[in-house]
Design a protein around this ligand. Structure first.
Ligand SMILES: Nc1ncnc2c1ncn2[C@@H]1O[C@H](COP(=O)(O)OP(=O)(O)O)[C@@H](O)[C@H]1O
Ligand SMILES: [Mg+2]
Length: 407
């Protein structure tokens, strides 16, 4: 066997394992696509599922430089739509030479499609979507053998979906709260420059639970600090509620931080000489439209500990005070940077349940950084950063509740 065909055989083996062992099928299918992208050394790839009622395709998983999770396409339109409509795979090895194709360039990321494969996902009851991969990294063009690998994966995935009674129901359209466009962040480092964020493109929606994953040092905190107005960006644009916020004045920044957002860190940062309730009250007093401090304390389940000083509270309870302090402002968005990193399993689940309730209760967006991939299972969307860029975005079709998480 050639090197390449043994790689492909191994990929099919891995995909079979993923799909067989999966407890969350959407995870397994995303993982399978990642295996293909890596095996065929591709720049991007996505999984589209068909909403039969609306006859539209939704991207539930994307790896690549653009956040496509907000778009949908009509069945029959574009390559993905044609493939899903017809059930015929497409191999467009050289798009420059393909008259049928008008790839254009994605303006935000500069991404240009050069070579693509798109295969249908065929279930026993018909076509349920498609899988697309774009651009070999080495600049080469896809061929028949690559197409066969994709078709094999797609048929394995479709069988697994049918076996597990999988069906797709899209969530309602979401309103954008915050957008990042090609956001970069450089730090001077001796004589050179450290490029920490290298072009982040991301939309954040109202009332979604977003989890950010990625290796230590990949830029998660830097990105969140920029969105939260605690750090400035080097290049690109930050857009908040439709307004450019890339270079805010001090006054705008203060108002944004005070009125619009809450922040929860790994360390609780409570004032030791104030009780739980006074810690929350203190923030309520400077917010324009707060809820009563007692209500925020009640939301995090600490009513009977409201008069305790932080030193008399456990770590989990202190973190809940910190969440109450973020919530009391009724913020549009709460950022949480590794909020459970210092807590044991049971306490983490309690704290995560509080976030879950708050999202439901007051319609807040939550953007949480974590090291723990299990926590990602409760997200509406999971963003994975790698080397200062968004590597993948996955929509969880069946988010778990905090109580269902296990580690
Ligand atoms: N203020 C700073 N000055 C210089 N380098 C920084 C600064 N803040 C972060 N970095 C560097 O940026 C990179 C990303 O850091 P960070 O965003 O904290 O990563 P993560 O949260 O993903 O672990 C790291 O290499 C870190 O050393
Ligand atoms: Mg960090």
């Amino acid at each position: 066997m050639t090197d390449r065909s043994s790689r492909i055989t191994r990929a099919i083996w891995q995909i079979t394992q993923e799909l067989r062992d999966a407890d969350a099928l959407d995870d397994a299918i995303s993982a399978s696509l990642e295996i293909i992208i890596d095996t065929l050394d591709s720049e991007a790839g996505s999984i589209w599922l068909l909403d039969r009622e609306a006859n539209r395709l939704h991207p539930i998983f994307n790896r690549g430089p653009v956040d496509i999770s907000g778009i949908t396409i009509e069945n029959g339109q574009g390559v993905a739509g044609e493939v899903t409509m017809s059930g015929e795979a497409q191999l467009n090895p050289d798009i420059e030479k393909d008259e049928h194709f008008n790839p254009g360039v994605d303006e935000e990321s500069g991404f240009r499609t050069k070579s693509l494969i798109c295969v249908p996902l065929k279930g026993p009851d018909g076509i349920i979507g498609c899988v697309e991969i774009l651009n070999r990294r080495d600049g080469g063009l896809y061929d028949q053998e690559d197409l066969t690998l994709c078709e094999t994966m797609a048929s394995l995935a479709a069988v697994a979906m049918a076996d597990k009674g999988f069906f797709f129901k899209p969530t309602a359209d979401k309103e954008i709260l915050i957008s990042l466009r090609n956001v970069t962040k450089d730090y001077p480092s001796g004589d050179s420059v450290l490029h920490v964020l290298r072009g982040i493109n991301l939309d954040i929606y109202k009332n979604e639970f977003l989890v950010v994953l990625g290796e230590s040092g990949c830029g998660k905190s830097t990105m969140v600090n920029i969105i939260a107005g605690m750090d400035n960006l080097t290049g690109g644009e930050l857009i908040i509620n439709g307004k450019d916020f890339s270079h805010p004045s001090d006054k705008e920044l203060t108002r944004y931080r005070r009125d619009y957002l809450g922040f929860v860190f790994q360390s609780y940062n409570l004032m030791p000489n104030l009780t739980a309730q006074e810690n929350v009250q203190f923030i309520a007093e400077i917010a324009p439209d707060p809820m009563p401090a007692e209500e925020a304390i009640a939301k995090v389940g600490l009513t009977d500990r409201a008069d305790n000083y932080p030193s008399a509270l456990s770590g989990g309870q202190q973190q809940r005070v910190a969440i109450a302090r973020a919530v009391v402002k009724r913020p549009q968005i709460i950022f949480a940077d590794e909020p459970t990193a210092a807590l044991d399993y049971q306490t983490s689940v309690e704290v995560l349940s509080v976030f879950e309730e708050i999202k439901k209760d007051i319609g807040t967006t939550i953007m949480m950084i974590t090291h723990n991939p299990e926590i990602a299972k409760m997200a509406d969307r999971v963003i994975r950063l790698r080397d200062g860029k968004v590597s993948t975005i996955k929509i969880n079709l069946h988010p778990l509740s905090a109580a269902e998480l296990k580690w």
